[in-house]
Design a binder for this molecule. Structure first.
Ligand code: PZK
Length: 313
């Protein structure tokens, strides 16, 4: 039987006259008006990146799946940290967005504008990726000394806060020490960002574990939003705890001593290696079966973590 046709992937957004304030590899942010204080519209497209490139094909519904996973986590964490969400219900969006409902439904969040901190708040419970590279070179990550003899993907003795500085235009973020965070945001804010990051990781990794998933590491972006008293409150922004911002590994097949297969992108990476793409632009398109298998992995992560069986909103 032929596979059922998949819906069209949304690769780019167009909200007419509204100004796009940021375009990431996968997400777009628009301002709701020219007023520099206006609320923002955060849109998750169906674009997918691998080996640092946005691929020529999208994954249908990926943006909806990741948005709804973020919404699940914002709700799950609501007593631990304030977040930037106003609403994801397009019926409650401003009238000016009504013409674009089809592009927005299920994949967008109306959010409050925050004064963002120039720091990626990364937490690692396991040693992988740039953390594993740094450990092999120096025996430490972000200036935190670690026991000798760790293997790739090993669980750390305890989770560690490994902040990174955002590097503009394509470059990888650079791991920085806690004292560098202090230089950027001050000692009290640095401690608050670290403590919040660790508390969120503790709660989220416990939930993931209860669903058979290891949350190996993840990164958060925080900003300041005025609270009821007018004082800036540290607020969780961006998307949260999605497979694009986190490493999830199935606990059942966890095997330290090498890299773990990516929960979501492994079919894509394997395909790109098979066709011997040189990892230079232009990035390839993907065959239908790779797209469909990858879409199924994103849906599986969403279903496992959220307990939902279908997409809504
Ligand atoms: C904001 N980013 C990162 C995400 C991109 C870039 N609530 C907010 N207020 C102010 N700024 C931001 C947010 C949020 N979220 C986040 N850049 C600005 C980012 C997605 C796509 F291009």
């Amino acid at each position: 039987m032929p596979p059922s046709p998949t819906s069209q992937a949304l690769l780019s957004t167009d909200l007419g006259p509204l100004p796009r304030t940021a375009r990431g590899k996968v997400r777009d942010i628009y301002a709701l008006s020219a007023d520099p204080a206006a609320d923002l519209l955060f849109i998750a497209t169906d674009r997918i990146s691998a080996f640092d490139h946005v691929l020529g094909s999208g994954i249908p519904d990926k943006g909806r799946i990741l948005t709804q996973l973020s919404l699940f986590w914002f709700h799950h964490l609501r007593d631990l940290v304030p977040n930037h969400l106003i609403t994801a219900d397009t019926a409650l969006f401003p009238q000016s967005l009504r013409p674009y409902t089809e592009q927005l439904a299920g994949r967008s969040m109306l959010v409050r504008r925050a004064q963002m901190f120039p720091v990626e708040c990364v937490v690692r419970g396991y040693i992988s990726g740039s953390g594993w590279k740094d450990y092999q070179a120096t025996g430490s990550i972000c200036g935190i000394p670690l026991p000798s003899g760790l293997r790739e993907s090993d669980q750390l003795p305890e989770p560690i806060f490994t902040p990174a500085a955002k590097i503009n235009t394509g470059g990888h973020d650079e791991n920085i020490s806690f004292s560098t965070v202090v230089e950027h945001v001050g000692a009290q804010t640095a401690e608050d960002l670290r403590d919040l990051t660790m508390a969120i990781y503790t709660k989220a990794s416990a939930h993931a574990a209860s669903k058979g998933l290891i949350l190996a590491d993840t990164k958060f972006e925080f900003g300041l939003i005025p609270g009821p008293d007018g004082q800036g409150q540290i607020t969780l922004a961006d998307e949260v705890l999605t497979p694009d911002s986190s490493r999830y590994w199935p606990a059942a097949t966890y095997a330290p001593g090498g890299p773990q297969p990516s929960f979501d992108k492994q079919f894509v990476r394997d395909y790109l290696e098979r066709i011997r793409w040189n990892k230079q632009a232009p990035a390839p398109t993907l065959p239908e079966d790779i797209i469909e298998q990858t879409r199924a992995k994103y849906l599986e992560a969403f279903t496992l973590l959220s307990g939902r069986t279908s997409l809504t909103t």
